[in-house]
Design a protein around this ligand. Structure first.
Ligand SMILES: Cc1cc2nc3c(=O)[nH]c(=O)nc-3n(C[C@H](O)[C@H](O)[C@H](O)COP(=O)(O)OP(=O)(O)OC[C@H]3O[C@@H](n4cnc5c(N)ncnc54)[C@H](O)[C@@H]3O)c2cc1C
Length: 355
């Protein structure tokens, strides 16, 4: 591991000010934020990241809270989760378990208990790709400033089937698709203030932005918190008229398929949430993980599900639509039937729920 300085800010303002490379000697590599270290320390050890300094966020008070925020009379209130909250706390929190079991299931599926006790929400969303070429310091791939995505014509069992090109990474986070399905937003803080972005808009496809990055974080920005909307979300997608003035019940499920049951990243995951009135689906969210460079929201399938009966056939049709645009590489066509089956299983689980 190469030497680096360790900086210990006690406030967010200090931390983002330190992200300015002007603090460093000319030619030094930009500093990096350090949260639980479960990804970044691996990158340092493997010589994938060479920052001149690490900015340790752990000494900043207030970033590790889960709190209700007043939401103009809407019930239940919105929930704010600080970026330093660990995945273990998300998995175990009673309010989250009651209102967002989909998120808790995603959190508990990550790695091992040791990893979950250190890994944080902010770090999980900003972790770098697991593609074998990206993780090999000797392979100068597109994601590391090279000219080629070696996965496209190489070993690509784990790579993207949707939204790929020119890089074919998949986003490795389990929490990201779950939180997109929950209509979450992120608060980003920089020296000039804060801005709020829907989490779905936070992530970027390789073809849309800077291929070296996976999200829209500015050079001096960090995630300070994430908010789950008041009223359980999906309210905008359903008018009172459409539901006859009844809000119906919201059902949600997270399913993950991985190679090894002990701990592993998702080959495919499904985050699904539906609002049901009189046994009909009135609004749906369907987001796939492990298949694309971003959490993959299946908008066509969501539209198809709206106003369909809550029955397995509806989810079978939605799965066909969700995977219609898939473009597998040589070794990963198996992800198409895998994702199709997982969507149908998730739908069957929601159908079978009794109220
Ligand atoms: C063996 C193993 C198995 C794993 N399995 C899974 C799995 O199944 N599912 C899964 O989702 N993940 C898995 N992971 C990845 C792990 O969950 C992530 O590495 C972890 O969540 C990262 O969080 P952290 O707090 O440790 O981040 P760090 O390692 O500290 O940081 C990660 C990145 O995020 C940046 N960062 C951190 N905090 C912020 C912030 N607030 N704002 C902006 N940028 C920030 C850092 O600069 C760094 O680039 C696994 C990891 C290992 C080692």
């Amino acid at each position: 591991m190469r030497p680096f300085e360790m900086w210990e800010p006690s406030e967010v303002a200090q931390a983002v000010a330190l992200l300015d490379s002007a603090h460093l000697a000319p030619g030094s590599r930009a500093p990096r934020l350090l949260a639980g270290g479960q990804d970044l320390l691996g990158e340092l050890k493997d010589d994938l990241a060479r920052p001149a300094a690490l900015i340790n966020l752990k000494g900043i008070a207030g970033l590790d809270e889960i709190e209700e925020v007043a939401s103009g009379g809407q019930s239940p209130h919105a929930l704010r989760i600080g970026s330093l909250v660990t995945l273990a706390r998300i998995a175990d929190n009673a309010t989250l378990q009651e209102r967002y079991p989909l998120l808790c299931a995603a959190a508990v599926s990550v790695g091992s208990p040791q990893i979950r006790s250190q890994a944080t929400l902010g770090g999980n969303l900003c972790q770098r790709p697991r593609c074998i070429y990206y993780r090999n310091a000797a392979a100068l791939c597109l994601k590391k400033g090279g000219r080629e995505c070696f996965a496209e014509g190489g070993v690509n069992r784990h790579n993207a089937i949707l939204g790929g090109g020119p890089s074919w990474i998949v986003h490795p986070s389990d929490l990201a698709p779950a939180l997109v399905a929950l209509d979450a937003s992120v608060e980003l803080t920089s020296p000039t203030g804060t801005r709020e972005l829907s989490l779905a808009d936070f992530f970027t496809l390789p073809a849309d932005g800077d291929v070296l990055r996976e999200n829209r974080l500015g050079p001096q920005e960090m995630i300070t918190s994430l908010t789950l909307p008041a009223g359980g979300g999906m309210t905008g997608a359903m008018t009172e008229k459409a539901t006859g003035g009844r809000s119906g019940d919201v059902r949600q499920v997270y399913m993950k398929f991985r190679e090894r049951e002990s701990f592993d990243f998702a080959l495919v995951s499904v985050s699904m949430r539906v609002r049901v009135v009189d046994d009909r689906i009135r609004a749906a969210r369907l987001v796939l993980g492990g298949v694309a460079p971003i959490p993959w929201r299946c908008l066509g399938a969501e539209r198809l599900l709206a106003d369909k009966p809550l029955e397995p056939q509806s989810f079978a049709a939605a799965a066909q639509v969700a995977l219609a645009a898939a473009e597998p590489l040589e070794q990963n066509a198996y992800k198409v039937p895998l994702a199709t089956t997982l969507i149908m299983r998730a739908g069957a689980a929601l159908t079978a729920e009794t109220r």
